[in-house]
Design a binder for this molecule. Structure first.
Ligand code: COA
Length: 152
C-alpha cells in the first residue's frame, strides 16, 4: 500500500465529491472545511481519501468527515487515514478524539472500534430529525447517531 498524506489549505471539487460520500450536505461540508483541518491521502497525483478534523472545546477534536474513493475502499486506506487523525490529535496534545456515525453504518462502527474508539452516547432519531430522505444501510433504517470517542 503506497500513499502520502498532506494537509490542504483549500478544497477543490474533487475533494467535495469525495466528502459527499460520507455527508450528503455540501453546505455543511463547506462550513466545517472552512475552520477544520483537512488532510488528503494521495498516491502520486491520484486522490485516495480525505479526513477533516475540527477542534471543539479546549481539549477535544472531532472527525467531521472521513471518506475513501469507492474504488479504493476495503483495502485498508480508511484505517490508515483514521490512524493519521488519531496521531495528529495525540501530537497536538488533545485529550480525546470523537467521531459520530449512524446506527446502520455497521462497517464504520466495526472500523472505529477496531481502531480503539468506544461508544459513549446515542442521539436518538438524529437522522430522522435532520435529514429529509430516509436512509437505509445494510437493511437497517438509519435513525440514531452513535458517538464514539477515544481518550488519550
Ligand atoms: N465488521 C467489522 N469490521 C469491518 C466491517 C464489518 N462489517 N467492514 C469493514 N471492517 C473493517 C475491515 O475489516 C478493516 O479492518 P481490518 O484491517 O482489521 O480487517 C477496517 O474495517 C478498515 O477497513 P478499510 O479498508 O481501512 O476501510 P476503507 O478504506 O473502506 O475506509 C470508510 C472506510 C468508511 C472511510 C470508507 O468505506 C468510506 O469512505 N465509506 C463512505 C463514506 C463513509 O461512510 N464515511 C464515514 C462516515 S461516518
Amino acid at each position: 500500500m503506497q500513499f502520502q498524506i498532506e494537509r490542504l489549505n483549500e478544497i477543490k471539487d474533487e475533494h467535495i465529491s469525495l466528502l459527499l460520500l460520507a455527508d450528503p450536505s455540501e453546505k455543511l461540508i463547506r462550513e466545517y472545511c472552512q475552520s477544520g483541518l483537512i488532510f488528503a491521502m494521495n498516491n502520486d497525483n491520484e486522490l485516495i481519501g480525505i479526513i477533516v478534523l475540527l477542534p471543539f472545546g479546549e481539549e477535544s477534536i472531532e472527525i467531521k468527515n472521513i471518506a475513501v474513493g469507492e474504488s479504493y475502499q476495503g483495502k485498508g486506506y480508511g484505517k490508515q487515514l483514521l490512524k493519521h487523525g488519531i496521531g495528529f490529535a495525540k501530537q497536538n496534545e488533545y485529550k480525546r478524539i470523537r467521531i459520530g456515525t449512524g446506527n446502520s453504518s455497521l462497517n464504520q462502527l466495526g472500523l472505529y472500534q477496531k481502531c480503539g474508539f468506544r461508544m459513549i452516547r446515542i442521539y436518538k432519531d438524529f437522522f430522522i430529525r435532520n435529514y429529509e430522505e430516509e436512509i437505509v444501510e445494510n437493511g437497517i433504517q438509519c435513525r440514531d447517531m452513535v458517538i464514539l470517542e477515544m481518550e488519550f
